[in-house]
Design a protein around this ligand. Sequence first.
Ligand code: NI
Length: 182
Amino acid sequence: MLKLRDVLDESNQLLRTISKEVVFPITDNDQEQIRKTINYLTKSQDPVLAKKYNLRPGMGLAAIQLGIPKRYFVIVHEEAPTQFKTYIIFNPKIISHAAELIYAGSGEGCLSVNREVEGIVPRYARLTITYQDEKGQKQTLRAREELAIAIQHEIDHLNGILFIDHINPKNPYQNEEKMRMI
Ligand code: NI
């Protein structure tokens, strides 16, 4: 399984890389990293397993967080209690989004940011992306609410951006009244 020590910390400048488009077929190493990432993210969101293996919970991870500068990420999203859906997304592009802004009331987290960060991160409430699946087939995905936030967080990673970059440290709740908390 993936170890947390394999995940780059925010101090590592590699996280600021603008990752490159993935060329298909994907490599054996990418396949292996994806398998390990799914395993980690799934176990880390199970309270019993997270405690047993001392896993910090995470719902998404981008390749660059493992030092791989390629445009792909994995999200394991809890759609309903204990029901998880895995998304493996290559070369995503946002093709449309709602004007409405939301933010995660409990704050966003990131496996590369090992501290509590106060403040809100504005995200689109809904969006549509196109992407390629593991076979390189073009797909379309519509997402809203928590999943939409996760996708925007991970696409940011592909562009060298961390969620903390969106927070004004002098006014971490700036424009809160213009957004809906989820
Ligand atoms: Ni992150």
